[in-house]
Design a protein around this ligand. Structure first.
Ligand SMILES: [Zn+2]
Length: 347
């Protein structure tokens, strides 16, 4: 496919795959960043990391084979995002505790198996990229995206560029907010995600009230109903988030804070006290807009597509970096959307 003449502009596409602990969200995304076809696959995490990798290859091959039915040319690249610590420049999953990868060179393995250029990214960082390019922070260059789910992680975009730092940037969930607090899976104690993640809010409510809940949404409903235990748990979470956001904003100077993940679905019950708390704390710092994520659980998959398109652009415009590819279609496309992203030189 690489040597073929360029397909019509409208029919170019990439494969996007967001690998989660229980399922993988896949899509074919055209060059206008529109999702043209979606398909999910189970993640066989219990069968071990090799089985998950096999399933990823199967998912990408399946989506590739379905391009024609969506009126698309064969995909030009795949973007794959995974949880954990991800070194995007090397295409390596450094640590993914819930899947079991350690220093797994996923991009090169998939590229060899599939004969397709593969960009590897981090799920939350990719989600933040998607929110900043296509979603709630569209148009902003300094964005802090915080995913509040089972855990907490952030994507920091500064001057239009995601901070990566070998995969270690953005782990705000492990900032300590209660020095003598409960132990965390990271080995620390009193981390933000032990206080303010969706999972933590449900757990803390149950441990104090003795009442089992299905999740943070149920605690949110109890906050609205005035349940004092729920209100206390909620206020502690908000205070911890204000602390960490205040520090993060002082460091990063973000102009927009986007809150995503399950907890953000509480909407103004969460956003309003965070806005008030930040307003009281910030002084000279830039005052950010604090908004709810717009792309929901599709952010990671769209972010994976953005990484794939960025790779396509880099391959089509070889520079002296790592563009030693066989995939040069000779296109002369505009890609202002990706200005400043790490795989490209700034025009
Ligand atoms: Zn921790």
């Amino acid at each position: 496919m690489n040597a073929a003449p360029a397909p019509p502009e409208t029919s170019r596409c990439v494969v996007a795959l967001d690998v989660g602990g229980t399922s993988m969200k896949g899509a074919l995304v055209d060059e206008h960043r529109r999702v043209r076809l979606r398909q999910s696959f189970p993640t066989p995490a219990v069968q071990g990391p090799e089985a998950v990798l096999d399933q990823m290859a199967t998912a990408i091959a399946t989506l590739t084979a379905r391009a024609a039915e969506a009126g698309l040319a064969p995909p030009q690249a795949a973007g794959v995002v995974v949880p954990g610590i991800v070194d995007e420049a090397r295409g390596v999953a450094v640590i993914a505790a819930n899947i079991g990868w350690r220093d797994a060179p996923l991009a090169s393995v998939l590229r060899e198996r599939l004969g397709l250029p593969v960009a590897l990214g981090h799920d939350v960082r990719a989600g933040g990229l998607a929110e900043s390019r296509l979603g709630a922070a569209k148009g902003a260059r300094d964005v802090l995206f915080v995913a509040l789910g089972t855990g907490i992680a952030a994507s920091c975009i500064v001057d239009g560029r995601p901070l990566i730092a070998g995969g270690y940037a953005g782990e705000v969930g492990h900032v300590v907010v209660e020095p003598d607090g409960e132990p965390c899976g990271c080995g620390g104690r009193g981390c933000l995600e032990r206080v303010a993640s969706a999972a933590a809010i449900a757990r803390r409510y149950t441990s104090r009230s003795g009442v089992a809940v299905t999740g943070a949404a149920e605690v949110a409903a109890k906050v609205r109903a005035g349940d004092p235990v729920a209100v206390a748990v909620w206020e502690e979470a908000v205070a911890a988030l204000v602390d960490v956001l205040h520090t993060s904003l002082t460091l990063l100077g973000s102009e927009v804070v986007v809150l995503g993940g399950g907890l953000a679905e509480a909407g103004d019950l969460l956003l309003e006290p965070l806005r008030t708390g930040l307003d009281e704390r910030l002084s000279f710092q830039r005052r950010p807009r604090l908004v709810q994520a717009a792309l929901g659980d599709q952010a990671g998959c769209l972010g994976a597509a953005l990484l794939a398109w960025s790779l396509v652009d880099a391959l089509e415009e070889p520079s002296d970096e790592e563009a030693s590819s066989d995939d040069q279609g000779g296109h002369d496309r505009k890609h202002d959307e990706f200005e400043g992203y790490e795989r490209k030189a700034t025009p």
